[in-house]
Design a protein around this ligand. Structure first.
Ligand SMILES: [Fe+2]
Ligand SMILES: [Fe+2]
Length: 222
């Protein structure tokens, strides 16, 4: 048991280091200049699909995972993402966007969501979802906060800094704890590494596609 714990914690150091390389690259890419007319409300609209996707996966995984601690972690995340959705809708209303006629899921969930939805084990889900995708949210939200400040919108920046970011960091921590507990053998560790890399690779590709097609950078969420 002691050997397992030591092996899980040293594995987590390697996983963090592997993710860090890709997260830094994504962080730099998302800080490129967005197209000139991109506004905070437009970026907040994009965040809605991401919050719904994170909530939906957490809900599915809460039901599907057999382990009680995993169920509780996904339940907590599910509630938080639903709350983020509501907070963003509220902030958009304050900014004059009542979302009339807007369906955040008009184009369906993203290819990243589709990939995540295929994962079947608790280790894969914890690694790809809370652990990796939530750390991606933190990186992107930082870049979005800077954008809001530069646009003079300190209220939206504050919503992200004070409310949403602490939750997303906590979700990452929940993933960390699940991996510490369950990624204790070489096979599950290699799956965790593979799915984490796949999440970040896909996210990087989709981000670049959005930049090329629509000049979108600095979008919050994951
Ligand atoms: Fe969220
Ligand atoms: Fe989250």
């Amino acid at each position: 048991m002691v050997a397992n714990v030591a092996s899980a914690s040293s594995f987590l150091v390697s996983l963090a280091a592997a993710n860090q390389v890709l997260l830094e690259r994504i962080g730099t890419a998302t800080r490129q200049e967005p197209s000139g007319d991109l506004t905070v409300p437009q970026l907040l609209r994009l965040a809605l699909e991401r919050e719904l996707g994170a909530r939906e996966l957490a809900a599915r995984w809460m039901s599907a995972c057999p382990e009680l601690d995993a169920k509780l972690a996904f339940a907590r995340q599910c509630g938080d993402e639903a709350r983020h959705y509501g907070l963003i809708v509220h902030r958009l209303a304050e900014l004059g966007d009542d979302l009339a006629g807007f369906d955040p899921l008009a184009a369906g969930f993203s290819p990243l969501f589709q990939y995540l939805a295929t994962l079947e084990t608790t280790v894969e889900r914890a690694a790809a979802g809370p652990y990796t995708r939530e750390s991606l949210a933190v990186v992107r939200n930082e870049a979005f906060i800077e954008f809001c400040e530069a646009q003079g919108d300190s209220q939206t920046a504050d919503l992200y800094r004070s409310v949403i970011q602490p939750d997303e960091r906590h979700h990452h921590q929940l993933g960390h704890r699940l991996l510490e507990r369950y990624a204790v053998d070489p096979e599950s560790q290699s799956r965790a590494l593979a799915v984490s890399a796949q999440v970040l690779t896909l996210a990087e590709e989709l981000q670049e596609l959005a930049r090329l097609k629509a000049g979108i950078c600095r979008a919050p969420g994951c």
